[in-house]
Design a protein around this ligand. Sequence first.
Ligand SMILES: [Zn+2]
Ligand SMILES: [Zn+2]
Length: 103
Amino acid sequence: MSLFGEKCARCGSKTRNKVDGAATCESCAEEMRLMVKAQGESSRPCPVDGAVMKKEIAHMLVIDRCPDCQGVWLDGGELERIKGGVEANALMAMANGFTVPFG
Ligand SMILES: [Zn+2]
Ligand SMILES: [Zn+2]
């Protein structure tokens, strides 16, 4: 009945966007695309302690997070993106341990 009544299955924000029949806002859809891509890449060891890092998506960036030291590492390509854009702010927020919610 309503044009805006659907809620994103992941974050709950209102959206008309759909992925595979499930309401998914565009931010989450983009994250899901990134996650699928990231999972196709091999995990790297933490440069500090050698633990296998887990892929995470933060602020539309693929990051490697170490489960041991909680260190966050970026792929080379992601760094290039950050240098050129507003995502520098997101990186600063991430480095400071803040999580900025989407939407
Ligand atoms: Zn969402
Ligand atoms: Zn580590």
